[in-house]
Design a binder for this molecule. Structure first.
Ligand SMILES: Cc1cc2nc3c(=O)[nH]c(=O)nc-3n(C[C@H](O)[C@H](O)[C@H](O)COP(=O)(O)OP(=O)(O)OC[C@H]3O[C@@H](n4cnc5c(N)ncnc54)[C@H](O)[C@@H]3O)c2cc1C
Length: 469
């Protein structure tokens, strides 16, 4: 075995960077790791910017502290590995609200992404149809079944729970609709429980009991200074050569290894490597795999994406409720689908000058036309709608920022995980030194993307060791 493996990581988002760190940690000294990133910046959907002198997230904001299967999440483990654990901060205000019936109502506790484990607790927002959740003598789902979250919850608890609770909560994460999103991918713990339990109430309670949380244990964390510190630290720790503005346009098998075509068509660069971690979204992944593994490409390329825009406003001393923010059901007819009161939610962002940083997310799957509006229009609409939801005119912003994320949020339809498993199987059989990672596969959250990058790296290492190189 030579000790000079050359591994390319295509995509410099968190999945690609987690793969690069894992490769550095587990490959022989001297392994050449190169990260190819098509844009000018690493991090992908992790992007910390600056507004009114504060570090503000223009993309992902936080990560889950716990792995749904127990123990700390892969994001927390990576933060520790990178020596950043001292920077972890938690929300100081966790209570969020739903904007329903022209006002704000606290989001009821005791739910799994809005699916109640106690029907009485959600009565302030929605009236569940308890009679529909009958035990029919068999588990809710067969061993390999997947359904949309909306279909399952509508059939057991009625429409109101979906429209007023589950849909806005899932929409806050995916910008998509509960009726389209796969239960197994977006709520894996509930899907597992639904394969055993005979009622949805029983399944929610079983899923909650499977991962009990100590009282006061924080659910979410972020990093003081912003998530871009995680990106920078991962890039440094990986010891990888970082190539920015380096789009990989073609992958060609060269016997056991790969030739990458990098850069503009008129001036391409060809690079030979032993293995590739493909950590780009599903569409570019499918394009790169089309000739190499057409069967895998077809499965991967089916994934659709939603676009969103994040509008952040700096407001001088507004009267904000003591909430982390609010979610808006699609039925309310607002452009805003979610809002975060950054300076209330995060103690480390509070300011002595009373300036509030408020972010609103706009854009729902299937309603992309709304995002065609110019930045000034989006910002003005957000300001107007925030004032309406909060029940009074907000001061004029002193600063603002609009971040557009085109085609950024995967819309996992039922059966997604099976399609991914099949695609990976095809790829593994034909090309063991090429693995895929990132939000297009196992889930959208930062911890899942980190784990997927790390798993892809491990698979590459196993393949290279197995090949005797
Ligand atoms: C607005 C928004 C808010 C979010 N908030 C949260 C949150 O608070 N918490 C959470 O856990 N998750 C959140 N998410 C989800 C999470 O941030 C993403 O799922 C995750 O960061 C995706 O990481 P990734 O590495 O798979 O992909 P990406 O971040 O998309 O990275 C892929 C990279 O590949 C590059 N690339 C693409 N094609 C090529 C090519 N041919 N050659 C080279 N490079 C290429 C891209 O430029 C990109 O940098 C949010 C997502 C969005 C869009």
């Amino acid at each position: 075995m030579t000790t000079r493996w050359r591994v390319a990581v295509v995509g410099g988002g968190i999945a690609g960077l987690a793969a690069a760190v894992r490769l550095r940690d587990r490959t022989p000294a001297g392994t050449e790791i190169t990260v190819y990133e098509q844009s000018g910046a690493l991090g992908g959907k992790l992007r910390t910017g600056e507004l009114a002198g504060a570090a503000v997230e223009f993309g992902a904001e936080l990560f889950l502290m716990r792995d749904p299967a127990g123990g700390e999440s892969a994001a927390v483990a990576l933060v520790r590995r990178l020596g950043l654990a001292g920077r972890i901060v938690h929300p100081t205000v966790g209570q969020a609200a739903l904007a329903v019936d022209g006002g704000l109502r606290p989001i009821p506790g005791g739910t799994l992404v809005g699916v109640p484990g106690d029907l009485d607790k959600v009565a302030t927002v929605a009236r569940p149809d308890a009679a529909a959740d009958r035990d029919e003598g068999r588990p809710l789902l067969g061993p390999t079944d997947d359904v949309s979250v909306g279909a399952l919850v509508r059939s057991r608890f009625g429409d109101e729970v979906v429209d007023r609770l589950v849909d806005p909560m899932l929409g806050g994460v995916y910008a998509g609709r509960a009726d389209d999103l796969s239960l197994a991918t977006t709520m894996p713990a509930l899907a597992r429980a639904a394969r055993v339990e005979h009622t949805l109430l029983g399944a929610v309670r079983a899923a909650q009991a499977a991962t009990p949380r100590a009282p006061g244990e924080p659910v979410f964390g972020t990093l003081a200074g912003g998530l871009s510190t995680l990106v920078d630290a991962a890039a440094t720790a990986s010891g990888a050569t970082i190539r920015r503005h380096a789009a990989v346009r073609e992958l060609t098998p060269t016997g056991p290894g790969w030739r990458l075509t990098v850069g503009p068509t008129r001036d391409p660069e060809h690079v030979d490597v032993d293995a590739v971690v493909l950590a780009v979204p599903a569409r570019p992944a499918a394009r790169l795999l089309a000739d190499v593994a057409p069967g895998a490409a077809a499965g991967i390329g089916r994934l659709d994406y939603a676009s969103v825009a994040l509008v952040t406003l700096a407001l001088p001393e507004p009267a904000l409720p003591e909430l982390s923010g609010f979610l808006v059901p699609a039925t309310e007819g607002l452009l805003i689908k979610a809002s975060t009161f950054f300076t209330t939610k995060w103690g480390h962002l509070r300011r002595p000058d009373g300036l509030a940083l408020v972010r609103a997310s706009v854009g729902r799957y299937g309603d992309e036309a709304q995002l065609q509006r110019p930045d000034t229009d989006l910002a003005a609409t957000v300001h107007r709608e925030l004032s309406a939801v909060l029940g009074g005119p907000l001061p004029a912003p002193v600063d603002g920022h609009v971040q557009r994320w085109g085609g950024a949020l995967p819309q996992y339809s039922p059966g997604h995980l099976d399609r991914v498993a099949d695609a990976r199987e095809v790829l593994r059989a034909a090309h063991p030194t090429l693995t895929v990672a990132g939000a297009g596969y196992d889930g959208v959250g930062i911890p899942v993307c980190v784990r997927s990058g790390e798993t892809a790296a491990e698979e590459i290492i196993t393949a290279l060791e197995g090949s005797g190189r």
